[in-house]
Design a protein around this ligand. Structure first.
Ligand SMILES: Cc1ncc(COP(=O)(O)O)c(C=O)c1O
Length: 436
């Protein structure tokens, strides 16, 4: 029975989560679900990992909070060192959520430009159909339909093309497509060249685009355009980072070195709200040689309990070779999704990278998003949770289970998805409410 707690859909009564372990979730009525999307592409190492659970209890017994203005903690320092070693970035700034990470990255870019004597560089360019978070600045940078919530306040940044092979590529080869996108991006970036602080982009389109990759060479080309114009390049790796696409950062696979990286999701893996900005030596040096201080910060940023939790998650990543295991499992899952698509006409595209996979669906003339929501409901009825895209661009669901998923669990996922697609094709029912 709905209480005062407000859900996205007012009056909704979602199942009550009772327990979670590995790739599985149980509701209070005892129903079991396979977490086919790691929540919101979060639980990279799976649920209730004993090493993390023990670390949370141990840190809680020591110290949960001390303000970072007055104290640091061994755990926070170790998170900085481990993330720096894994990513190759010399600086790590901790925050509490992906939206805070993208906004903090934008603020680092503004500070960098002031430190190097370019204070007029205050504008940003982002992709037309990206998603960078739900705070005012992050939503301003997003091409999400939810932008309407901040109408009149949102700044105008969403101008650049993003990979949308299904719709825009047409007869062009991938190289021709990347070149066409870069020609368009060049015009837009050069129009803003004098005032541009940074370009921010997701290396693989997530929440709005359903694991849509850019054509090869596009990210590297954008980075070159930034270098030409004095703008910084920010990679929003909140969804793609921490091995989700097969490498620590998705940019690594394309040989692109960002100036700033926003991370989140897999870093806390669902055990604690934590996110980070990775800061390059270019930006760090400018601050060191300039004011010597970073402006900003959040009350809970890098608190000892979250830091110890994230440290334990990072230890699991390293000791259990989570990223390599995710690559192997992703190859198996991808093959099976490709096969599913040959049998289900409603699936118009299977795409993605590593364990960030997406199925685009034939909207069949229905309201945009309705088919993805109907598939979400059909999957839930078969004990599988998937992540429908939102934002008004594509009817797609993201399939992104924990990176540690075993082969047998992949088979369970695919059998449930197969059954849900069959249900959808035989008796399409419009969902009562859209999940947000
Ligand atoms: C690429 C990207 N950036 C930023 C965010 C915002 O993260 P959060 O919801 O933790 O604020 C998300 C969340 O889905 C995301 O996918």
């Amino acid at each position: 029975m709905p209480g005062p707690l407000i859900h996205n859909a007012l009056g909704a009564a979602p199942p009550v989560v009772a327990r979670a372990e590995g790739v599985w979730l149980w509701d209070a009525e005892g129903n079991r679900y396979l977490d086919g999307c790691a929540g919101a592409v979060v639980s990279a190492i799976g649920h209730s990992h004993p090493h993390v659970v023990e670390a949370i209890a141990a840190q809680a017994a020591k110290a949960t909070y001390a303000h970072r203005g007055a104290f640091t903690s061994e755990a926070a320092e170790a998170v900085g060192e481990t993330l720096s070693r894994m990513s190759g970035f010399p600086g790590v700034w901790l925050v509490g959520s992906g939206s805070e990470a993208t906004e903090a990255a934008m603020q680092f870019a503004l500070q960098y430009q002031r430190e190097v004597g370019e204070p007029q560089r205050t504008t940003f360019l982002t992709a037309r159909a990206g998603y960078h978070g739900s705070t005012l600045g992050a939503l301003s940078a997003s091409g999400h339909a939810r932008r309407a919530a901040v109408a009149g306040l949102a700044l105008d940044m969403t101008a650049l093309p993003a990979g949308d092979a299904l719709r825009d590529q047409g007869d062009q080869s991938e190289t021709e497509y990347a070149e066409a996108m870069l020609r368009e991006a060049r015009t837009i970036i050069h129009e803003h060249a004098d005032s541009l602080a940074a370009v921010m982009i997701e290396p693989v389109g997530g929440a709005t685009l359903g694991a849509n990759t850019h054509p090869a060479g596009y990210l590297a080309g954008l980075k070159r355009l930034c270098e030409e114009t004095g703008a910084l390049f920010i990679a929003d790796e909140v969804m793609t980072g921490m091995g989700r696409t097969g490498t620590v950062l998705a940019c690594d696979a394309e040989g692109v070195q960002a100036d700033l990286v926003a991370m989140g999701k897999g870093l806390g893996s669902g055990y604690t709200p934590i996110a980070a900005v990775l800061v390059s030596s270019r930006v760090l040096t400018a601050i060191e040689q300039g004011s010597g201080a970073v402006l900003g910060g959040h009350t809970y940023a890098g608190n000892p309990l979250s830091a110890a939790t994230a440290l334990a998650v990072l230890e699991v990543f390293e000791t259990e070779d989570v990223i390599a295991r995710g690559r192997g499992a992703a190859a198996v899952l991808r093959e099976q999704l490709d096969e599913l698509a040959t049998r289900h006409g409603i699936v118009t595209d299977v795409r993605g990278r590593g364990m960030l996979l997406g199925l685009e669906l034939d909207a069949g003339g229905r309201r945009q998003g309705a088919t993805a929501s109907a598939l979400y409901a059909a999957c839930a009825a078969h004990g599988l949770v998937v992540y429908p895209t939102t934002g008004g661009y594509v009817d797609a669901v993201i399939i992104a289970p924990p990176l540690m998923i075993e082969r047998g669990e992949i088979s369970v996922l695919v059998v449930a998805l197969d059954a849900a697609l069959t249900d959808l094709e035989t008796s399409y029912e419009a969902p009562q409410r859209l999940p947000d």
